[in-house]
Each structure stands twice: as C-alpha cells, then as structure tokens.
Design a protein around this ligand. Structure first.
Ligand code: RP5
Length: 215
C-alpha cells in the first residue's frame, strides 16, 4: 500500500489532541495557572514568522507553558500549537471552542497562503474571545481580515506577529496593571533607543555611526 504520510512516524492523533483540549477545559484550573495567550499557526512552516510573537511575549516577561497541568512560575504564560484550518478542521474547532474554558484570554492565530482561514474561522468559533490574526504572507492579508459585518477579527499586517503579541498584552493589560507597566517600560525603552540613535548618527557622522555599530 502506498504510504502518503510525509514521515509516517506520528505517535499522536488529532483526536488525541482534541481529547486533551476538552479534558483541560473540564479541569477548571484557576486562570493564574493557565496560559493567557494561545498562539496557533496553520503549519510548522509558519513558526519563523510567528516567532515574533514569542519574542515579544518573552520580552514582556511571559513564560512558555508546555504542560497545562504543570505551569511555570511566571504569572503570565503562553502556549503554542499547530492547528490547520484545512487539514485538521476538527482540531481548529476544538481549540476555538475550548479556548475560554482553558483559561485563555486572547488567541493569536497565523496562517499563510491565499486561503488563510485559521485566524478568521477561529475568531468565529472562539467568539467573544478576541482573536488577533497574523497573515503569514502578503497574499494572506485579504483572507485574514476579510470578515463579514458582525464577525470581528483584529489583525496585523503581514508577518507582524511581534505587534500581534503587543496587542494581545494591551488587551490583557486592561485587567492587569503589571502588564500595563511592562508595556510602558517597553515603549519607553523604544523611545530612548531612537533618541540615542538620532544623537549618535548626528554626532558621530554616518561613517562613524556605522563603525560604532560594527558594520
Ligand atoms: C497554510 O499553508 C499554513 O499556514 C502555511 O502558511 C501554508 C503552507 O503550509 P505547509 O504546506 O508549509 O505545511 O495553511
């Protein structure tokens, strides 16, 4: 018989993951112990693009939670799954349907290609939980943001997963003053960096500036 699988060594089924999500939703853990942000992507080939979200969350003091039942010490955490709207629609449905009960406050969903349906479908399923869509490619933008009236999605420009995470933390920050403070600190540092770059570029001159940056 022809083997159509790409590596053929999967030791887990989609149904296993669906069951896991529902079991976790039934646990009724305190939200302090569950991930605040769920990051999903249509394929592991999206990971490099979506890593901007991980970078931003790491920078803001979030930790990755890889075991729902054994959270890290950090107060704020995120998780990541591959969920394909077209290859695993049942998993997409389960993820969206259980998101709130699993303690998530916001989902960041990225997908590429012209039919980038994961973000918008997840937004519809998880509603009223906010979903921030990341078009992984330029050609995915229309697909991600093109929702009909009454079916909202928040979205960023192609590839801007870093900003998607900042937006997610802005949403969380309405409830957690600690996160508002971290966002302000991040922004202040950004502003200082521009001031330093501006002064150095002017005062060192173009050649000196490049040299000071090791270029
Ligand atoms: C989309 O198709 C995924 O989000 C990905 O961006 C794209 C290609 O997926 P692979 O063929 O690399 O798995 O659904």
């Amino acid at each position: 018989m022809t083997d159509y699988t790409t590596d053929g060594d999967a030791d887990v089924t989609v149904q296993d993951l669906i069951d896991r999500l529902h079991e976790e939703a039934d646990l009724e853990f305190s939200t302090a112990n569950t991930p605040e942000v769920g990051i999903i992507m249509g394929s592991d080939s999206d990971l490099d693009t979506m890593s901007g979200a991980h970078d931003a969350l790491d920078r803001l003091g979030f930790a990755e939670q890889t075991d729902f039942q054994d959270p890290p010490e950090a107060r704020f955490t995120y998780e990541t799954y591959v969920v394909s709207a077209h290859r695993t629609p049942e998993l997409m449905y389960a993820y969206g349907e259980t998101a709130a009960d699993r303690g998530l406050d916001v989902v960041i969903a990225g997908a590429g290609g012209k039919s980038a349906d994961l973000p918008n479908m997840t937004a519809s399923i998880a509603y009223p939980l906010p979903v921030i869509g990341v078009p992984v490619q330029e050609k995915s933008v229309d697909s991600v943001i093109g929702m009909p009236t009454g079916a909202p999605i928040v979205a960023v420009d192609a590839g801007k997963s870093f900003n998607a995470a900042l937006s997610a933390v802005q949403i969380l920050g309405r409830e957690h003053v600690e996160l508002r403070d971290r966002l302000t600190e991040y922004h202040d540092a950004l502003v200082s960096d521009v001031a330093r770059d501006s002064r150095d570029l002017h005062d060192l001159g173009v050649a000196g500036y490049r040299e000071s940056r090791g270029e």
